[in-house]
Design a binder for this molecule. Structure first.
Ligand code: PLP
Length: 450
C-alpha cells in the first residue's frame, strides 16, 4: 500500500467524491479508510471510528462478519459472474425464493439489478410498460411525494422531491405530480398532528382522483423518508395511502431501499404497517453491506402483463451486466441466514427502545428542534431557533461542523443538511450504541452551544 500522503494526494488529484463540494474537499485532510472490524472503521493512521451510519446505511452485521466473508469466498471459488440474460445461476435462484418468502405476501417475482436507483427505475419502467401493454396509453406519469428520494438516475430523480438535489435537472425529467409528505414538524398544509386527522391523506386522495387516468403508479418511501432527514410518517398514513391507490386502480411502488432489511424493526417497513405493494424496491442492506445488489419484487399480475408471443414484443427490455451477480446473491443468502440465526429483528426492536430513551435527553440542547426515530433510523434536526423552528443559514454548515466534531471523538456520522443522522449497524453492541449517542450529543453541544 502507498503511504498516507501519497494516497491523499492521489485522491485529491484523481477522485471526484459523490455529494461532495470538491472545493471544500481539496482544502481538507481526507480520512482514508483502510479496514473495518465489527462496527468500527480504521483509517490508514490506525485511528478507530464507530461506523455510525453503517457505511451509508448498508451495514447490518458489522464489517468482516465471518459467515458473509466465507460465503463470498466459497462462491468466488465456484463462480464469480454469469449473466441472467438467457441463463440462470444457482445463488440468484435460491435468493429469489428467499426474498419472496420474506416479502409481503403477494410479491412473487424478483427482478435483479445492482443499486437502489436502478431498482426504482425498474419499478417505474415496469409500471409504465404494464399499462401501455394493457392498452391504457394515456398513463404516462407518476405521483410521488414532496421530500421523496429514490436515487440519482434520471427516472429516480423524476419522481424525487428534494429541490436541492433535483431542481437543476428538471428540464431533463419526465412528468411526475407531487403531493405533500407528512413532515409533521413543518406541516406543509399548516395543520397540527394532534388535530389534523391525517389531512394530508385527503390531499393525496384529491390528487389521485384528479390525475388517476394519467397515472401509472404512486411511489413512496414507506414509513420513513430517509434522505429528506428521516421524516417519519404518522401512524395510519401508509395503509390509508395504499387503500386509496387500490380503490383508484393505481399501482403502488414501495421504495424500501433505505427501510428494508430490518432498519425499522421489521424486515420491511410495509410488513410493519400491514401493506402489500405492487412493487417492492430493495438494495442497501440486502447483502449486509458487502456487495452491490438490488431487487425489484412484483406480483404475478404485473408479470402476466408482460407475457406474450415473441413477436408481440411485450418483453421487459431491461437488464444490467451484473444483474443477479452470483457473488452478491451468495452473500445476500448468508446475510438472511445470519438475520435468522441471530434473531436480529427482535434485537433491533429491543435495542431501539433503549435508543429512544437515550435520545430523549437531546431535547436538553436548545438547538435541537426535533428528534425522530424509527427503529435504527434516527434524525436529529438542528434549528437556529427552537421557538420559531427557523433553520440555520446554509453557510453556517452546522450539520457538517457537528459531524467533524464527532470525527475528532472517533465517530463517523453524516448529516443531511442540518439533520444529524444515526444509522448504526443492526448488530451494534449496546455499549457502542451508547457511545455513538453520547458523542453525537457532545458534538451537537460543542457546536451549537459553545
Ligand atoms: N431509494 C431510497 C429510499 C434511498 O434512500 C436511496 C439511497 O439512499 C436510493 C433509492 C438510491 O440507492 P442507491 O444509492 O443505491 O442508488
Amino acid at each position: 500500500m502507498e503511504d498516507k500522503e501519497t494516497l491523499a494526494q492521489w485522491d485529491k488529484r484523481y477522485v471526484w467524491h459523490p455529494f461532495t463540494q470538491m472545493k471544500d474537499w481539496l482544502d481538507a485532510e481526507p480520512v482514508i479508510v483502510e479496514r473495518g472490524e465489527g462496527c468500527y472503521l480504521f483509517d490508514t493512521e490506525g485511528r478507530k471510528y464507530i461506523d455510525g451510519v453503517s457505511s451509508l446505511w448498508v451495514l447490518i452485521h458489522g464489517h468482516g462478519k465471518r459467515e458473509l466473508v466465507e460465503a463470498l469466498k466459497s462462491q468466488a471459488e465456484k463462480l464469480c459472474h454469469s449473466t441472467l440474460l438467457g441463463l440462470a445461476s444457482v445463488p440468484s435462484v435460491e435468493l429469489a425464493k428467499r426474498l419472496v418468502d420474506i416479502a409481503p405476501n403477494g410479491l412473487s417475482k424478483v427482478f435483479y439489478s445492482d443499486n437502489g436507483s436502478t431498482s426504482v427505475e425498474i419499478a417505474l419502467k415496469m409500471a409504465y410498460q404494464y399499462w401501455q401493454q394493457k392498452g391504457e396509453k394515456k398513463r404516462k406519469s407518476f405521483l410521488s411525494f414532496v421530500n421523496g428520494y429514490h436515487g440519482d438516475t434520471i427516472g429516480a430523480v423524476s419522481v424525487g422531491g428534494i429541490d436541492l438535489f433535483h431542481k437543476v435537472y428538471r428540464p431533463l425529467l419526465f412528468k411526475a405530480r407531487k403531493t405533500p409528505s407528512p413532515y409533521c414538524y413543518r406541516c406543509p398544509i399548516k395543520m397540527r398532528p394532534e388535530s389534523c386527522h391525517l389531512a394530508c391523506v385527503e390531499v393525496f386522495e384529491h390528487m389521485v382522483k384528479k390525475y388517476r387516468d394519467e397515472l401509472c403508479a404512486v411511489i413512496i418511501e414507506p414509513s420513513v423518508q430517509g434522505a429528506a432527514g428521516m421524516i417519519i410518517q404518522p401512524e395510519g398514513f401508509l395503509p390509508a395511502i395504499r387503500k386509496i391507490t387500490k380503490e383508484n386502480g393505481l399501482l403502488f411502488i414501495a421504495d424500501e431501499v433505505a427501510t428494508g432489511f430490518g432498519r425499522t424493526g421489521n424486515m420491511f417497513a410495509c410488513l410493519g404497517e400491514g401493506v402489500v405493494p405492487d412493487f417492492l424496491c430493495v438494495a442497501k442492506g440486502i447483502t449486509g453491506g458487502y456487495l452491490p445488489l438490488a431487487a425489484t419484487l412484483t406480483t404475478d399480475e404485473v408479470f402476466a402483463g408482460f407475457l406474450g408471443e415473441f413477436d408481440e414484443f411485450k418483453t421487459f427490455f431491461h437488464g444490467h451486466t451484473y444483474t443477479g451477480n452470483p457473488l452478491a446473491c451468495a452473500v445476500a443468502l448468508a446475510n438472511l441466514d445470519v438475520f435468522e440465526k441471530e434473531r436480529l429483528i427482535e434485537k433491533v426492536r429491543k435495542d431501539s427502545e433503549g435508543l429512544g430513551r437515550s435520545l430523549a435527553r437531546f431535547y436538553n440542547l436548545s438547538h435541537v428542534g426535533e428528534v425522530r426515530q424509527k427503529g435504527f433510523m434516527v434524525g436529529i434536526e438542528l434549528v437556529e431557533s427552537r421557538r420559531t423552528k427557523k433553520p440555520y443559514a446554509a453557510g453556517e454548515k452546522i450539520g457538517q461542523r457537528v459531524i467533524m466534531e464527532a470525527r475528532k471523538q472517533g465517530v463517523i456520522i453524516r448529516p443531511l443538511g442540518d439533520v444529524i443522522v444515526l444509522m448504526p449497524p443492526l448488530a451494534i453492541e449496546e455499549s457502542t450504541l451508547q457511545k455513538l449517542v453520547d458523542v453525537t450529543y457532545d458534538s451537537i453541544e460543542a457546536v451549537t452551544e459553545p
